[in-house]
Design a protein around this ligand. Structure first.
Ligand code: FAD
Length: 321
């Protein structure tokens, strides 16, 4: 049986103020020094963050040796707009994507979906592959009579991750619908899954097993966030609609100091990640909230940081099968 070392990756969001933009490079440098598989950067569903997302992705490309992953959304876009967006990111040198549909605005008129030309993330996955395959590298002209797709690109050149929902997408009626959706994303050419936040390891482990049994062949990374304050926990539950992990909530609510809350969040995320890896997760994807300290502390304690041999968890390295 072959063993591979468990891997990890990070998520950032584009900064929303000049001060946040000024602080982000130092955070990225610290995260990159941990040698993650990739750092993903979220994208505003209405395209609001197109420039800022690209700026962050370019910084990662130009100043670190880590591969950036661009989240892209298709909600509300025409085919032509989605095509242009994908081409712009490919031209910037991005080769890893997280294709998500995005949520339509709340004020869509009755009888309309607000979705745009692409109805699901599976269609966006397909379009990214198509644009990449048909793309003519700058300065190269297609040779008459030769199919540009055959010579200029293939599916191997891009990695496309998709969202997975261990506790079901809010609009899904059953677990089997969520798994069918993942199969549709796989058929479209996705080759990695990353989950929505969840707070009970068995939710992920049973979902990943069901997906595998149904034929989902790509790895599904559990998304984990060290929840380092009661306010952040409330915000995360609001955004994800997940069940409250009552023990964690109580611990955070009764702890009076910021430092104490931070320690509770890190210890909780360390134990959570450990249980997921022990259960067979292929790695972990850490939601950073644009801060490096907590996620690096979690990795250090599990023994996943390069050179970390004395993590609090007491392990020197981890393997999954
Ligand atoms: P889809 O895969 O299109 O699925 C949405 C719904 O349609 C589901 O109910 C599904 O069951 C159904 N469906 C899809 N395909 C089919 C099919 N072929 N047949 C039948 N039913 C189908 N949002 C942002 O705006 N920006 C981000 O950067 C961002 N990043 C995210 C990262 C992660 C890891 C996750 C988990 C979510 C992220 N989101 C982001 C949120 C995401 O846009 C929303 O959850 C959105 O509601 C659904 O996106 P999706 O890609 O899962 O949609």
């Amino acid at each position: 049986m072959s063993c591979t070392t468990a891997r990890f990756s990070f998520e950032l969001y584009p900064p929303r103020s000049a001060a946040a933009a000024a602080a982000l490079p130092a955070t990225i440098d610290r995260l990159a020094a941990a040698h993650p598989d990739f750092i993903s950067v979220t994208y505003g569903a209405n395209g609001s963050s197109r420039t800022t997302s690209l700026d962050v992705l370019r910084y990662i490309l130009q100043h670190t040796d880590v591969s950036p992953m661009a989240h892209l959304t298709c909600v509300g876009s025409s085919h032509a707009e989605a095509n242009r967006l994908i081409r712009e990111f490919l031209d910037a040198g991005i080769r890893r994507f997280l294709a998500v549909r995005g949520d339509p605005p709340a004020d869509v008129p009755a009888g309309e979906t607000g979705l745009g030309d692409l109805r699901s993330s599976a269609e966006l996955v397909q379009l990214i592959h198509r644009v990449q395959a048909e793309r003519v590298p700058y300065g190269e002209l297609p040779v008459p009579g030769i199919d540009a797709r055959a010579v200029l690109g293939s599916r191997e050149h891009v990695q496309i991750a998709v969202a997975a929902f261990p506790n079901g997408h809010p609009s899904s009626h059953s677990v089997s619908q969520d798994i069918d959706t993942l199969l549709a994303k796989q058929a479209a050419g996705a080759n990695l899954g990353i989950t929505q936040l969840f707070f009970h390891p068995e939710d992920y482990l049973s979902f990943a097993q069901k997906a595998k049994d149904a034929g989902v062949a790509f790895p599904i990374l559990p998304g984990i966030m060290p929840v380092t304050s009661a306010a952040r926990l409330r915000r995360m539950l609001e955004l994800s609609g997940e069940d409250l992990p009552s023990e964690l909530a109580i611990q955070l609510e009764i702890e009076p100091t910021e430092e104490g809350q931070r320690e509770i969040g890190i210890a909780w995320a360390t134990d959570f990640a450990q249980r997921l890896l022990d259960g067979g997760a292929p790695g972990i994807h850490l939601y950073t909230f644009n801060q490096h300290q907590a996620v690096l502390a979690v990795l250090e304690r599990i023994g996943l940081l390069p050179g970390a041999g004395t993590g609090v968890a007491g392990t020197t390295s981890r393997t999954t099968h």
